[in-house]
Design a protein around this ligand. Sequence first.
Ligand SMILES: NC(=O)C1=CN([C@@H]2O[C@H](COP(=O)(O)OP(=O)(O)OC[C@H]3O[C@@H](n4cnc5c(N)ncnc54)[C@H](O)[C@@H]3O)[C@@H](O)[C@H]2O)C=CC1
Ligand SMILES: O=C(O)C(=O)Cc1ccc(O)cc1
Length: 363
Amino acid sequence: MLIKSCAIIGVGLIGGSLGLAMSERQLVGHIRGVDVNRENLDMALAAGAIHQAAALPDAVTGAELVILAAPVGTTQELLKSMKPFLKPGAVITDVGSTKKSVVQQAEALIGDRFVGGHPMTGAETAGFSGADPFLFENAFYLLTPTAQTNNDALETVRRLVQATGAVVMEMTPEEHDLITAAISHLPHFMAVSLVAAVAGMSIGDKAMALAAGGFRDTTRIAAGSPPMWRDIFLSNRRQVLQTLEHLRGAMDELESALRRQDAEKLMQILSETSAIRKKLPVKPKGYLPYIYELVVTVPDRPGVIAGLAGMLGEAGINIAEIEILRAREGYGGTIRIGFATPDEQDRAMELFQARGIKCRRKV
Ligand SMILES: NC(=O)C1=CN([C@@H]2O[C@H](COP(=O)(O)OP(=O)(O)OC[C@H]3O[C@@H](n4cnc5c(N)ncnc54)[C@H](O)[C@@H]3O)[C@@H](O)[C@H]2O)C=CC1
Ligand SMILES: O=C(O)C(=O)Cc1ccc(O)cc1
């Protein structure tokens, strides 16, 4: 056990997942949870993510560690209301998606025992129902200590975060906010704008009904929690606007090439960005650092997946992940099967091909 008692303020997706990860691994003796949403609190309690539902200030009384996991706009009020009740020496951390303003507010109120944190993993589903004890496995978890931060407090948070399976990376709050503006907040801004733009077109409804791969992939995050994203945009406003300038520049260049019907320029931009996109590192997810995948096309027959699973099972090949990508009555379907090793992927491919089952490696 790393910590005797902890309070999680906000037991939604991230706070709930941390609670589950900490209790499953017995990292914390007693966890109290606070939430303005009774449903999330009840679910967190029932799932064992927290041991006790509480209210402020009781929840933080005697707690060695307090984790703020509500939208970033609540930080200041929460810290103000809990400050007089904090145990001397208690460590406070947060999981907010923006850091500079949060850390400034917290240091002004709490001092050197606040450690800014941000797990670089999550989903577009809000609330405890999406909580997952393995959410942090192999995910980057950014910590943003400042010159003020107490070393013991930092070490406490670092050890706890590492024990959830995450990979800690440290940077300044300023660097954090610019990087996340570019790779998280700007994409969200774009996804929201794309949904709004298409929805506003006269063909909007029909287009949405037909939306497949590209539109879905590019806009998935736009389904995220509105209060959470409102707070992120407001708190990282300057950096989001700064990165937006770069996006506008890139869009202007592409637009101008299109207006001029400049095929060469279009090819140059498309080739350069395609090469950069292909070089993105494979995202480690879950327990398995990498997944080696096959895409299998099967006929539309009951029991066809059981058949594939049976073949693999008999050959001693373990299925790490399985997903039905497309299925149409009468046309069969496409199934993605993930393996933990390239050897299993090769053997599965040979096995399927020997039986005349169409399959290919997914890259
Ligand atoms: N959703 C994601 O993928 C990620 C979110 N974050 C950050 O984590 C924080 C929490 O986000 P999620 O867990 O996704 O949102 P969520 O909506 O699932 O959970 C937030 C919880 O906080 C509660 N809450 C709101 N105001 C409160 C208050 N004043 N006192 C107590 N509880 C309050 C809500 O009722 C909700 O249960 C946010 O700061 C967000 O920026 C960080 C990484 C990833
Ligand atoms: O759903 C996704 O892919 C996300 O990227 C979720 C997410 C949202 C906010 C963060 O600060 C970090 C991660």
